[in-house]
Write a protein that binds this ligand. Structure first.
Ligand code: 3PG
Length: 215
């Protein structure tokens, strides 16, 4: 991750996880998040319109730090790079995907949740890692334990998975944590009803917590 992008992600503090079924929802959803003060997103490649949705947001909501999530193959790295993704993440650690991201010059954070995955990611040259699934695997307490032997290496973690308005402040206050992410600001029920106001309110809740921690 280039230093400038890292700084923008740190300042944003929170990465909204988006799963978009209807292409027409992409831009209003991103705008609703921006209205609530959420400036970073991970758009998951879990639906047929995902890559087009990413492209639309890059085009029409350029202030959003737009990342791609659930990037599972080298081909998907190339697709999201072409769609304008500023970074990509994955649930797991796949060396072929890491290599494709390096070749495409796309900042990439693989997902890790064990010491072996952490070592593998480090060996592959990754310094910014998604810690997933953060809460089910043991939360901050567990992250501190697996990161302890590698603390001198300066690896940064972005925890996701089970992080919500209740627990995100504790993560954000920990020096290992660069930013956190979660899907709780984009509930499927709000998307189904195109209830952008509720999404803005949830986003404002997340950004208020970030402001409290960062100031
Ligand atoms: C992800 O892709 O990172 C997860 O879906 C986020 O986890 P959450 O849904 O528990 O926030």
């Amino acid at each position: 991750f280039p230093a400038a992008l890292l700084q923008r992600l740190y300042d944003a503090g929170f990465v909204a996880v988006l799963t978009i079924e209807n292409l027409a929802d992409a831009v209003p959803l991103a705008e609703a998040l921006m209205d609530g003060g959420v400036h970073a997103m991970e758009l998951t490649l879990r639906t047929p319109v995902a890559v087009q949705a990413l492209e639309a947001i890059r085009d029409q909501v350029p202030e959003m730090i737009a990342g791609a999530g659930t990037v599972l193959t080298p081909d998907q790295i190339r697709q999201v790079r072409a769609a304008g993704a500023e970074f990509a993440v994955a649930p797991g650690m796949n060396p072929r995907v890491v290599a494709a991201a390096a070749e495409a010059s796309l900042p990439f954070a693989p997902g890790i949740c064990t010491p072996s995955e952490l070592e593998l990611a480090y060996e592959q040259g990754c310094q910014t890692l998604k810690f997933f699934p953060a809460e089910p695997i043991g939360g901050l307490h567990y992250l501190k334990s697996i990161a302890a032997p590698l603390r001198h290496l300066g690896i940064r973690f972005i925890p996701l998975g089970g992080i919500d308005a209740e627990n995100m402040e504790a993560y954000l206050r920990h020096p290992l944590v660069h930013a956190v992410g979660g899907s709780w600001v984009t509930p499927p029920s709000c998307l189904a009803e195109q209830d952008w106001k509720s999404i803005s309110r949830l986003a404002a809740r997340a950004s208020t917590i970030v402001q409290r921690v960062r100031n």
